[in-house]
Ligand binder design. Structure first.
Ligand code: PBG
Length: 321
């Protein structure tokens, strides 16, 4: 008789495990706030901070020492305006941050590339009335990419879901001699309620409407293949599905269809839900973290952007893996 339980004994389980998460798969998102001299806790994301430039550089060093290969930066500027000037200011916070990290660390610096943290209305593009403009936004994304690359970003990651953003960014980078800077495109990014805590973290709530006019409808999976194929044609080097756990089916389809280096973003809400439940004693937070990361890897992610990157790396070797 076939007995599936034969291989489920302690010890044997490890040998037959199909999926293993490594700290080498992980990217830590970090927030840097131009107005801060000391880090502050993000209430909605227990354990996560908004950093000052100095505490950010320190955190980058810790991650590097722990063996986390990369971080992704989100900037909070001192001033916002209608056109998001601080996003493409050569002296902007994210440019300062990339340069500062590169002074003391070799960790891979990915820069989130979007206008929403820098616009007074909080949308990811220029606006006319209540309309979010696509083509008018593209040159600004190109400019932002170039300024980030010039500051030392190793990878740029456009997250605004403007059509043809990858093409505009690739052209702008190539023209300025940054042919070797890869693009990680947030290719299939859904209009998700799971970004809730991020709004506090990045101070990026919006003044009107929502993002459903440019981010994807959660009902659609095949459409994600379209989105991703367009970004690949336009020159994306790596593609992302975001959020992760509610969209594991999409992640699997994208990986199978294109075989591209594929990232999944385990977003703020996915993090905060587990943290909140763990704090209430409703589940074992560490076990849930590990299960969530394993599921994302199993569904096809080559890399995972996760707020647990540091904690995971700290616990590897002490039994988590
Ligand atoms: C901005 C951006 C968002 C996130 C990453 N980049 C918010 C949004 O699109 O509304 C969300 C990340 C998270 O929730 O952890 N373009």
């Amino acid at each position: 008789m076939r007995r599936m339980r034969r291989l489920r004994k302690a010890g044997l389980r490890d040998l037959v495990a199909e999926t293993r998460v490594s700290k080498k798969d992980l990217v830590q998102p970090l927030f840097v706030d131009e107005r801060l001299r000391k880090p502050v806790e993000i209430e909605a994301m227990p354990g996560q901070k908004r950093h000052s430039l100095e505490s950010l550089a320190e955190e980058a060093g810790i991650l590097e020492d722990l063996g986390v290969p990369a971080l992704i930066l989100f900037g909070l500027p001192a001033e916002k305006d209608e056109v998001g000037s601080a996003a493409y200011d050569p002296g902007g916070i994210i440019q300062q941050a990339a340069a500062r990290i590169k002074e003391t660390s070799k960790i891979v610096v990915i820069t989130d590339l979007c206008l929403c943290e820098y616009t007074s209305h909080g949308h990811c593009g220029l606006i006319r009335g209540n309309e979010i403009l696509n083509d008018e936004t593209l040159p600004l994304l190109g400019k932002t990419a170039v300024s980030q690359a010039r500051a030392g970003a190793d990878v740029v990651a456009p997250s605004g879901m403007m059509d043809h953003m990858v093409e505009a960014i690739r052209e702008a980078l190539d023209k300025e001699g940054f042919e070797d800077v890869p693009i990680l495109s947030y290719a299939a990014k859904y209009a998700s309620s799971f970004y809730g805590p991020f709004r506090e973290a990045a101070d990026s709530g919006y003044a009107f409407g929502d993002r459903r006019g440019y981010q994807m409808d959660p009902s659609n999976a095949r459409e994600a293949l379209w989105e991703v194929s367009l970004d690949i044609e336009e020159g994306a080097d790596m593609v992302m599905v975001k959020p992760a756990m509610p969209y594991l089916d999409v992640l699997r389809m994208v990986k199978d269809e294109f075989g591209m280096p594929t990232a999944a973003y385990q977003v703020s809400g996915e993090y905060s839900m587990i943290m909140a439940a763990a704090r209430n004693g409703w589940l074992d937070g560490e076990a849930a973290m590990l299960e969530a990361l394993t599921s994302i890897k199993r569904a096809g992610a080559d890399m995972i952007l996760t707020y647990w990157a540091r904690e995971f790396a700290e616990k590897v070797g002490s039994g988590v893996e």
